[in-house]
Design a binder for this molecule. Sequence first.
Ligand code: HPA
Ligand code: ZN
Length: 345
Amino acid sequence: MTQAYRKKREAFIAAVPKAELHLHIEGSLEPQMMFALANRNGVQLPYDSVEAISAAYQFANLQEFLDLYYLGMQVLIEEQDFYDLTIAYLDRVHRDNVRHAEIFFDPQGHTERGIPFGRVISGILRALDDGQQRFGISSKLIMCFLRHLSEESAFATLAEAEPWLERIAGVGLDSSEVGHPPEKFARVFAKCRDRGLRLVAHAGEEGPPDYVWQALDTLRIDRIDHGNRALEDKALIKRIVDDGYTLTLCPLSNLKLCVINDIAKSPVKTMLDQGVKATVNSDDPSYFGGYINDNYHAVANALDLTIEEIATLAVNSFEGSFLDADEVAERRAEIDQLVKQSAGY
Ligand code: HPA
Ligand code: ZN
């Protein structure tokens, strides 16, 4: 791959419209904002500077990250804090040409420490509405259940969400994966499906391929978050390809959480080659060292991706989204046009 091609690919990544489908809004809390909100709200943090926060971000596994993620979100207290957090993310990814974002939030991470559900969601929604106005970014909100908590707690969270269901596109499943299989949430996911919600779940990040099977067959999800370990099971990959499931891969997250030991081991290219609808996302950008375009650049360089492969990832991000078909078609046409321009037609 020539230097000229690499430059062209870099420009293409920057310019191509994309959707982000795997983003925990609490994971976009930058150390500066964490420090500022701790001061604003009188919350005591075990760090004495922004640099100390950043220096703490070294993780050997998912749980080590989650411990700091739950610690960090304790600075989020007021409705305005949730607004500030969300608008900062949209402002940032607007510069990465994100046109659509499907954003996770973890209500139990807040309600468990006494912050009312309505305060959390109204701050986030107000920012999503402003983000559409200011940056032209469309969005959908996905409420995640924390899988280390009980089924009962998930049902209670769904009950609290009832007045807001018009504004919630779907539900997801996150937090500590191993030991908390998808089937633990079979009944609550069935209820969510009955309520007309879309369904996604983290599966196969650290957990075995069997957890991905459960997410598909027991929870009957629409889209798989991570799904890396599906590659260990040929029959599972066949199922994913045949049924056209989208996987929301997060390369820098995988590296930072030691799911892979080298960015060149990211499954992005292998999955594309096998016909999986892979997408590239940032997961928790503040903790993992990069926003969405940083993730695209990292895999493009490490895996020598072509401009056409980058375009496929961007198209997959819209096709795997919960947007209407006509909007998806518009974005697809825009991407096709950019590919042609880049090829010099
Ligand atoms: N995995 C599981 N739970 C999470 C993650 C993740 O990558 N990020 C935030 N909560
Ligand atoms: Zn995630």
